[in-house]
Ligand binder design. Structure first.
Ligand code: GLN
Length: 476
């Protein structure tokens, strides 16, 4: 069996028992990338020498008896996470050639822990999208069916983990970008509570919604990575105190007596019948194991997509103002300062990014601010309150992660509205800052379906513990 078959936890055990070395593990994963990635297109950059140097360093740590569970374990990084000295493009022409002078905090924590970076992964430009088709470097393909999308925007990270090019990857999730590609690729993706993982060095899309999180092939692996990247960080003003995710209770949960709520708004019309059936049959299995499941209504979910597509572009329009051709990446000369900025932004941002900057600027402009932005914030507050109320009665909320399975590349790229509607199930967790995980729960039409579990603020440990128990029940 190849080492690429092993989970992060298994690789870690083998490193500790000296069955394999960190450079050996790095090499087989680099070989796998070299062999497979021309077809999949998960990576935007791979720098084998740097990877191998990191692996040797990890091995030295292990030889000295230092390091933790991720020392020597390969991790792929979404290309909107700043990595010192290596390209960070956000899949945009406007950042071509940019090499940040610093690491994102999550990246720095992994580097210090001796994790080994195998490359930077493809994404929708600036993480704006649901299919990884908005990357200027081309689409990533879903390893389950190369004619289909891996989902997005962390499609490269999901495809890399799914196709065994890395056991683990980091993604970012603003409206579902970790969970949805995880669902479409049949792996696990976890968005921690807002503030438990520092956003420092994550190229900002919508700062009140963005959160970095792990993708892995099982819950334990995702939890190991979540633990390693979480913790308070004074360089992120929204970082929570005492925020490191604790894994001590991960395997100690039971399904018996668990109170699960299934909101009917996420099982309705918008949901493909095959997906609905698959998730409902998984929920029935949990009921058979002793969980209580109640159907509830969270009416503001119906307004989630429209609300999100005001708030996220509004924040993006402000965040992306910094890309002016003067500070980062290439500059296209125009007439005077304004001409240069206009030429650079006009030609180097892609269509979806420009559309969002315009929508966001409009929603924030005088005269429209109250009608759009303020109302969207009111809906957001109401949605958050509805969820919080539900958490008073139930442990977690369960639903499909995506209303559809992986769709053919090109099918929705000319229908931006249909694509955005696919975010229905994942958006509420970002709106309220809640922790949420997607794990595989079966197949529909031969393609993976994700089950989403959402918990209350700071309920990350509980969500992971429940997901671990659910994973076991569904496997059994
Ligand atoms: N699909 C959503 C969007 O296009 C979410 C993206 C994300 O979470 N980064 O904005």
């Amino acid at each position: 069996m190849s080492l690429t078959e092993l989970t992060a936890a298994e690789l870690s055990a083998k490193l500790r028992s000296r069955d394999v070395s960190a450079p050996e593990i790095a090499r087989v994963h680099l070989d796998r990338i070299a062999e497979r990635d021309a077809e999949i297109g998960a990576f935007l950059s791979v720098e084998p020498e740097l990877t191998l140097a990191q692996a040797e360093n990890a091995q030295r740590m292990l030889d000295r008896g230092e390091g933790g569970r991720l020392t020597g374990v390969p991790v792929a990084l979404k290309d909107n996470l700043s990595t010192v000295g290596t390209p960070t493009t956000c899949a945009s022409l406007i950042l071509e050639g940019y090499r940040p002078p610093f690491d994102a905090t999550a990246v720095a924590l992994l580097r210090a822990a001796g994790a080994v970076f195998v490359g930077k992964t493809n994404l929708d430009e600036f993480a704006m999208g649901t299919s990884t088709e908005n990357s200027v470097f081309g689409s990533t393909r879903n390893p389950w069916d190369l004619t289909r999308s891996p989902g997005g925007s962390s499609g490269g990270s999901a495809a890399a983990v799914c196709d065994h090019m890395a056991p683990l990857a980091l993604g970012s999730d603003t409206g579902g970008s970790i969970r949805q590609p995880a669902a479409l690729c049949g792996i696990v993706g976890f968005k921690p509570t807002y503030g438990r993982v520092s956003r420092y060095g994550l190229v900002a899309f919508a700062s009140s919604l963005d959160q970095i999180g792990p993708l892995g092939r099982n819950v334990e692996d995702a939890a190991l990575l979540a633990h390693a990247i979480s913790g308070h960080d004074p360089t992120d003003s929204t970082s929570l105190p005492d925020s490191q995710i604790d894994l001590s209770g991960l395997k100690g949960g039971a399904l018996r007596g668990l109170r699960l709520a299934a909101p009917r708004e996420l099982f309705g019309e918008a949901c493909h019948p095959g997906v609905r059936e698959c998730v409902l049959s998984a929920v029935d299995r949990l009921r058979a194991e002793g969980a209580e499941v109640a159907e509830i209504s969270l009416p503001s979910i119906d307004y989630g997509v429209t609300t999100y597509y005001i708030i996220a572009p509004a924040e993006a329009s402000s965040n992306l103002a910094r890309f002016d051709g003067l500070r980062y990446g290439p500059r296209l000369e125009g007439e005077g300062h304004v001409g240069t900025v206009a030429a650079t932004r006009g030609r180097l941002f892609g269509h979806e990014v420009k559309a969002r900057i315009m929508i966001g600027t409009y929603a924030l402009s005088a005269g429209y601010y109250d009608a759009y932005y303020v109302r969207a914030q009111q809906v957001r507050a109401r949605m958050t309150a509805e969820f919080e109320h539900a958490f008073g009665e139930f442990d977690v909320i369960v639903s499909p992660t995506s209303p559809v399975v992986a769709f053919p590349l090109g099918e929705l790229s000319h229908d931006p509205l249909a694509l955005k509607m696919l975010d229905l199930c994942t958006i509420p967790a970002n709106m309220g800052g809640f922790p949420a995980i997607s794990l595989p729960c079966g197949l529909s039409e031969g393609l993976p379906v994700g089950l989403q579990i959402v918990g209350p603020i700071r309920g990350d440990e509980r969500v992971l513990q429940i997901a671990y128990a659910v994973e076991r029940a569904l496997a059994g």
